[in-house]
Ligand binder design. Structure first.
Ligand code: HEM
Ligand code: HEM
Length: 185
């Protein structure tokens, strides 16, 4: 499997980033919700640290993914796709990129506006040139507590679309992001 994308399928780097980030985001939602349900205390603090540190890794991977996307070609939509299918796929994919970035940035800002820097797995703190600001903290926190639900809705539509292509339309859409397209037609 080639590293770079081709006109008909995703390359190995794009596939690896897609699946790593997908697992990362699902994990972030679970850990984010789990810590939200806990009383203040050491366990909540630990889970928050795990959540925000892992999210910084996902932020790095997402940035790499966008740069890589612009550095090589994007597989074309399947030849048999109707206009509405192309439009839905494009809107959902770009919707995911935008809302995931909103979630990432609002998370960073929620932590940054406490004025303590961004902790990374308790190893070091990334300094940010933002002081403590309670109003801004609540603003970003509200966005963070809302936007993940939009992420979940988009993921559900995205996964239903992928499975519909694979099992009903029986085309290569899912394979070109997993095992690769069938070469024997
Ligand atoms: C795609 C990335 C992310 C996802 C899917 C995500 C998801 C979540 C979820 C579901 C919650 C619980 C929200 C609630 O209480 O209703 C949460 C809370 C939180 N997240 Fe994230 N998060 C992401 C990125 C980040 C980042 C980058 C940071 C910081 C570096 C961060 C820091 C926090 C903090 C501090 C809370 C607790 C906020 C509160 O008081 O409710 N998150 N996150
Ligand atoms: C957190 C979960 C996920 C996120 C955020 C996500 C995000 C994305 C994005 C943004 C793209 C567009 C790639 C681009 O144009 O640069 C994409 C493509 C794709 N995703 Fe996901 N995805 C997730 C989970 C899944 C799952 C669980 C499946 C399978 C059931 C899946 C199947 C696919 C397929 C097949 C493509 C390629 C579509 C095509 O080639 O036209 N994704 N994904």
């Amino acid at each position: 499997m080639a590293l770079r994308n081709t006109a008909i399928e995703w390359g190995s780097l794009a596939r690896a980033l897609h699946w790593l980030i997908a697992v990362g985001i699902l994990g972030l939602i679970l850990v984010g919700l789990q810590q939200a349900g806990l009383e203040r205390g050491p366990e909540k603090t630990q889970l928050r640290m795990l959540h925000s540190s892992t999210a910084l890794v996902v932020l790095g991977l997402m940035t790499l993914r966008i740069v890589w996307r612009w550095m090589n070609e994007t597989p074309l939509h399947s030849a048999g796709f109707a206009a509405w299918q192309k439009l839905t796929a494009t809107v959902v994919h770009w919707g995911l990129y935008v809302v995931v970035f909103v979630q990432l940035i609002s998370g960073v800002m929620t932590v940054a506006t406490t004025g303590n820097g961004l902790p990374f797995f308790g190893i070091f703190k990334i300094p940010v040139p933002i002081g403590k600001d309670e109003d801004a903290h609540h603003f970003w926190e509200e966005i963070h507590e809302f936007a993940w639900q939009v992420v979940v809705v988009l993921i559900v539509v995205h996964v239903v679309g992928a499975l519909y292509n694979h099992f009903v339309l029986k085309n290569d859409v899912l394979r070109r992001m997993t095992s690769g397209v069938k070469t024997d037609g």
